[in-house]
Design a protein around this ligand. Structure first.
Ligand code: C2E
Ligand code: MG
Ligand code: MG
Length: 756
């Protein structure tokens, strides 16, 4: 028991009653402060020190405001509090205080002045109640209610609820599922649940032993499963979640006012455990919010169904599409119908980089072109966002392919916008009716399934629905599960690819590229596993790992005087939404004693341009720290060079598609030339990616491009091979400098690499 000096004195000189009084105050559950008549802290009890983490020396003898308030404490509130403390009556207020190390603590404070016989205030007693959690839950409710009121779509509201909850309780992985009238579950939100898992849950029936959610929805009461591995409720589902490291799940039903279950709200845990008191409070606030959001969405959908048309494009909506499809089938008497699902590629990038009004114009133009193709006998609908479905009479695969080609062609023609023009590509899925199956809904679903692509580079194509496609979703689930233990198992590696100054051949840096060699799946290429890691919520962990490995590697090279001047690390956009990146990088640099210029961060063009002010702040902060920022795959996005000047960018990496087109495509040449000129005038380093031949290198040198990376120089390789490469390369560069002939300088370095 820590007692203040004054208190000790008080104890020694006082009688037994006083001693007992101090004992009681010190052991009381609520934090208590006693101030003297100058409003200086005289005494604080045990609970106070526990809550604020200060030591007695740091508190006693100070004004409360000097130690407990910071920038976000309401100043007016603070002023009133000081003033009112001298009134005769006590008062009560809620205020944000700060504990040691800046931890925010919301308290409800009861302030009570004590007077002497003449009515003069001698002391002030402050009793506090920690209401941080209540405040945060209130904030959550306010944010979500505002979102519902502003008409945000249900899935986004649900996503917001999950994010907010996980901010308050980072140890939970939250999930919201809706339950339809047939008792089937549909994933609504779960930003940290692997997508493969939520996909597998889609359409599963609720029931007596249907995991935590299915059972909670069926019984209409919360279901807590502390150990998924052994609980009979999870027998059929545990193989889906255990490999992802989820061991417990507590799910509560979301009920409409009439008691009807419309969904569930669940917390998954990585340990075997039951929910805490905070979790219960969070859920009781959230199920109510979910109910409001779902009711609101139901009302909106009813209105939309009544209107039958999509207000943006004027096309029929999904409901009226099904009615029209049924009619089309009747009219064509047994002839088959071909269903096309059309999904625009990278439409989100258009929205993010050019704004929603441009996005809307693109949709209207796409709708117009597609509608023309369906005339006179076909039908069309916009189902959601950038997805359309079309149905036309026809039976043959050849006819379907021909129509799909004309859809792709018609979308490809540039759309004229104010500043630029833009050409869109699409993924198309096709399903053709047959005698066995005439239900338009099934064919629409199948066509949509056939728009999913496993390989992200495979974008501009059509595909017929095949039954194996459902298998694909399951394969991803298994691959995702294997990926989640890649770091732990040591199957993830970094390869390094040299970047070379074209004019001199000297090494300017290396790019760290991830390699995954799984014991079961073998070497899986990054274009396959990086998107999967993003979906499975692993990418931030991977990025941190890559940063740590790169820093450790370069520190080692520095120590051994191996001439490798910098490492570039690729980061996914998700990192920049997160505040923890900056302290993480700062710590790494400190830990490995590295000057920041040794580290370059690569972000792809569209991620850099995304209109997310927070991400931009984080990018700026990293730049301010002294890291170099590089725009990867430049030229594949929609940014204008003029906008680039607003970002803290040191380097542009020209996408390799332009380099491979250099010799034959005049447009590529013009673009590369323009980028190099403008980049130079903005003092950015220009790096050409994918340089494979000496002709390309010479050409780029002629255009004034600084640096090249590509198979012509070297492939990505493990650290120890790169060391050999760097050592032998630096010898050659030195030698070249010695016998440099000024007349014939240009291209010497290129010739050297050609001869190796
Ligand atoms: P990127 O960052 O644009 O990386 C360059 C890619 O081009 C690498 O493919 C590299 O091996 C390949 N390349 C280099 N020179 C040539 C050439 O002369 N010809 C051809 N045809 N290709 C060349 P890789 O290693 O398969 O990586 C593919 C993409 O995966 C990367 O593109 C990057 O977007 C992503 N990636 C790789 N490692 C990481 C990582 O650690 N984190 C993140 N977030 N993404 C990564
Ligand atoms: Mg890169
Ligand atoms: Mg690239």
């Amino acid at each position: 028991m820590d007692l203040m000096p004054d208190t000790k004195e008080a104890l020694q000189t006082s009688d037994e009653n006083q001693r007992l009084f101090f004992l009681a105050v010190n052991e009381m559950a609520p934090p208590v402060l006693i101030l003297d008549r100058h409003r200086v802290i005289l005494y604080a009890n045990h609970a106070f020190f526990e809550l604020f983490q200060y030591t007695p020396e740091e508190i006693v003898g100070h004004y409360p405001a000097d130690v407990l308030t910071e920038k976000d404490t309401d100043l007016a509130e603070r002023h009133t509090a000081r003033h009112r403390a001298w009134e005769n009556e006590g008062f009560h207020h809620e205020v944000l205080l700060y504990g040691k190390n800046g931890r925010e603590v919301w308290v409800s404070a009861n302030v009570k002045p004590v007077h002497d016989a003449h009515g003069v205030v001698t002391n002030i007693i402050v009793v506090l109640v920690d209401i941080t959690e209540i405040k945060r839950i209130q904030d959550l409710q306010r944010v979500v209610l505002e979102a519902v009121a502003s008409g945000l779509p249900l899935a986004e509201v649900a996503d917001l609820i999950c994010h907010q909850v996980e901010l308050i309780a980072p140890e939970v992985i939250s999930s919201i599922v809706s339950v339809d009238d047939e008792g089937k579950m549909h994933h609504l939100a779960g930003p940290r649940l692997p997508e493969a898992y939520t996909a597998a849950l889609e359409g599963q029936p609720i029931g007596e032993t249907a995991g935590s959610c299915g059972t909670a929805a069926y019984l209409g009461r919360p279901v807590s499963v502390i150990d998924i591995e052994t609980d009979p409720l999870w027998t059929n589902y545990k193989s889906l979640v255990l490999p992802m490291g989820l061991h417990a799940c507590w799910s509560s039903p979301i009920q409409r006012r009439d008691g009807h279950v419309v969904g569930t709200f669940a917390f998954y845990y990585r340990e075997k455990r039951a929910p805490s008191a905070l979790h219960k409070r969070l859920v009781s606030a959230c199920v109510h919010l979910c109910m409001l959001a779902i009711e609101n969405e139901d009302a909106r959908q009813k209105i939309a169904e009544l209107s039958h048309f999509d207000s943006l494009t004027g096309l029929p909506n999904r409901t009226s599409f099904y009615e029209m499809a049924a009619e089309l089938m009747r009219e064509t008497y047994g002839e088959n119908i071909i269903f096309f699902a059309v999904d625009l590629n990278r439409f989100n990038d258009v929205n993010n980089t050019l704004g929603y009004s441009v996005g809307d114009r693109v949709l209207v133009e796409a709708a117009y072109r597609l509608q023309k193709l369906t005339q006179p006998s076909g039908i069309i609908s916009r189902t959601e966002g950038d997805s359309f479905i079309l149905a036309l009479p026809g039976s043959s695969v050849a006819k379907a392919a021909m129509i799909a080609d004309s859809i792709i062609e018609s979308l490809k023609a540039p759309i004229q916008l104010k500043e630029t023009s833009l050409s869109i590509s699409a993924r198309i899925g096709i399903s053709i009716t047959d005698a066995a199956n005439q239900d338009p809904r099934i064919h629409v679903e199948q066509a949509i399934t056939a728009t999913f692509r496993d390989d992200p580079s495979d974008q501009d194509a059509y595909r017929f629905y095949r039954a194996e496609m459902n298998q694909l979703a399951q394969d991803r689930l298994i691959l995702g599960a294997a990926l989640s233990s890649a770091i732990e198992k040591g199957t993830l590696h970094l390869y390094y690819q040299p970047q070379v100054r074209i004019a001199t051949g000297e090494l300017t840096g290396v790019e760290a590229l991830m390699r995954w060699n799984d014991e079961r799946f073998g070497e899986v290429p990054p274009v396959r596993f990086i998107p999967l890691a993003e979906e499975a919520g692993l990418i931030e962990e991977f990025g941190r790992w890559a940063l740590q490995q790169s820093c450790s590697q370069i520190a080692q090279w520095r120590k051994r005087a191996i001439p490798i001047p910098a490492v570039s690390v690729n980061l996914s956009p998700l990192h920049f939404r997160n505040q923890s990146l900056l302290p993480y990088v700062t710590d790494l640099l400190k830990q490995y004693n590295l000057p920041p210029r040794y580290l370059t961060i690569e972000i792809t063009e569209n991620d850099m341009m995304a209109k997310d002010p927070q991400s931009l702040d984080h990018i700026k902060a990293l730049h301010a720290l002294g890291l170099r920022m590089s725009v990867d795959d430049f030229g594949t996005g929609f940014s204008s060079l003029a906008r680039l000047t607003r970002f803290p960018i040191d380097e542009l990496k020209l996408d390799r598609s332009f380099i491979s087109d250099l010799e034959n495509d005049e447009n590529a040449r013009a673009l590369v030339t323009a980028v190099i000129r403008i980049g130079q005038s903005l003092k950015m380093t220009i790096v050409s990616e994918g340089v494979e031949t000496k002709e390309q290198a010479r050409f780029l040198l002629g255009l004034g491009c600084d640096v090249a990376q590509g198979f012509f120089y070297a492939k990505p390789m493990p650290a120890h091979e790169l060391e050999q490469w760097a050592l032998s390369n630096s010898r050659v560069v030195l030698q070249q400098e010695d016998d440099r002939d000024p007349q014939n300088d240009l291209g010497d370095a290129v010739a050297h690499f050609d001869s190796r």
